[in-house]
Write a protein that binds this ligand. Structure first.
Ligand code: FE2
Length: 430
């Protein structure tokens, strides 16, 4: 006897028409046909059941603050930074908590059930940290939230950041952050990487830095980050977020850099929506794309996962908590349009990002947490193309969100009466 059985689901690895049996908070069986009964059943009708989406790079302290204290009229990064600087001293804990909780409601509706958020520690009040620690606790039943102590204005450049970062970690923030390319000099940037990796090693914490988020090919802090990762014994526990300068680097140099990153087992976190929006801004034409070398990094065996980064904040007025929107952009900007490519992109929104975050019990195997999402699409490729509705979102065996299928009624003589975009299959299947 099961508590819940999902019938006739397609799985991300290509298996079709499978049943998933759930007992308590765990997946108890995955089989072509489960003969047993259950207290409740969901008919997936040949739609895709996937483990939840995982966002390994986000800013929950800033999300949904678009328009506060006023709109970013130019849409540029610089006006965004200026706006955040105006807003930050006025932030109150209650308002921060409320905005974050509202975003998490949206995330759940999109099947996004694990998020790593950077938390700006530049304001010495650390009200952002207090607020997000409260949020982490309140949403724990439905979202896994990890927090990164992020010295947004620079670890050395911002007065008080060295002290504030340590206080944030003492308060219970999970991960050591950094922003070496924003320090005053290259050598300050390199020194910050060393200092922050040392703190992580001493405290037994992971590292996740905004690293080389610039078009400057000489911005090579990822090299230092990889070297310090090895030196401090942090292999596999360090993430390099953005890495956009790699887009513009000399190819010979990159041929040496990628093996070093592989040796250090760096987790790579590009943010395709933000990268294509913000990079190449100083170019006239041709304009660089600015996304890091996704295909080459994947082919080298590095763990690549994509982040949403921002939703409706001073830097980015778009976004909807839909990780498939992130993957959709990645396919285009990284020019990864092959069948295997798209499956890799889907993995970068799910299994790879779960690995980046070190989530336990993630997946659709027997014994994994009963966390999954049923999409109004048959397979990962269709999901990336359609960004479909999440028909059901399940957390620890309980349905926590449902969305009706998106079907349009047609009023055309001689044509079908309804259109479901998921009925448009390629002639030879995916
Ligand atoms: Fe970021």
């Amino acid at each position: 006897m099961f508590d819940l059985i999902i019938r006739n689901a397609n799985l991300p690895d290509g298996r079709t028409g499978f049943d998933i049996g759930i007992r308590g908070e765990r997946i108890a069986e995955v089989a072509a046909k489960i003969e047993a009964s259950a207290k409740a059943e969901i008919d997936a009708s040949g739609r895709l059941a996937t483990p939840p989406f995982v966002d390994p790079h986000f800013h929950m302290d800033a999300t949904l603050s678009l328009g506060l204290p006023r709109m970013n009229r130019s849409g540029t990064l610089l006006e965004g930074i200026a706006l955040w600087g105006e807003l930050r001293p006025t932030l109150m804990r209650e308002a921060l908590v409320e905005r974050a909780l509202r975003y998490c409601d949206l995330a759940v509706s999109q099947g996004l059930l694990a998020i790593r958020s950077h938390v700006d520690i530049s304001d010495p009040r650390l009200v952002t940290v207090e607020a997000l620690l409260e949020v982490r606790e309140r949403i724990a039943p439905y979202i896994d939230l990890q927090l990164v102590a992020f010295p947004q204005d620079g670890y050395y450049r911002s007065p008080g950041a060295v002290d504030a970062l340590n206080r944030a970690l003492d308060m219970g923030v999970d991960i050591v952050g950094g922003i070496p390319h924003f320090e005053r000099t290259m050598s300050d940037g390199a020194a910050s990487v060393e200092a922050l990796c040392r703190i992580a090693a001493e405290r037994g914490l992971p590292v996740d830095m905004h690293c080389d988020e610039t078009d400057d090919p000489i911005s090579r802090h990822i090299e230092t980050l990889a070297a310090q990762t090895i030196r401090f014994g942090l292999k596999g526990r360090v993430a390099g977020s953005h890495l956009t300068s790699m887009h513009s680097m000399d190819n010979y140099y990159v041929s040496k850099l990628i093996p070093l990153m592989t040796e250090a087992e760096i987790n790579v976190i590009p943010n395709p929506l933000i990268n294509i929006m913000l990079q190449g801004r100083h170019d006239t034409y041709p304009k660089r794309r600015g996304l890091t070398r996704v295909r080459e990094l994947m082919e080298a065996g590095l763990n690549v996962s994509f982040g949403h980064d921002c939703v409706m904040d001073p830097w980015y007025s778009m976004g909807s908590g839909d990780m498939l929107e992130v993957g959709h952009m990645a396919i285009h900007v990284a020019q990864m349009a092959g069948i295997d490519d798209k499956r890799k992109i889907f993995d970068a929104l799910t299994v790879n990002s779960a690995k980046t975050m070190g989530l336990e019990g993630y997946g659709l195997d027997k014994g994994c947490n009963a966390d999954l999402v049923i999409l109004q699409a048959r397979d990962p490729l269709e999901a990336l193309r359609l960004k479909p509705n999440r028909l059901a979102v399940i957390r620890r065996g309980k349905v926590i969100a449902r969305t009706p299928p998106r079907v349009s009624a047609l009023h055309l003589e001689g044509r079908p009466s309804a259109v479901d975009a998921a009925d448009y299959a390629p002639a030879f299947g995916n």
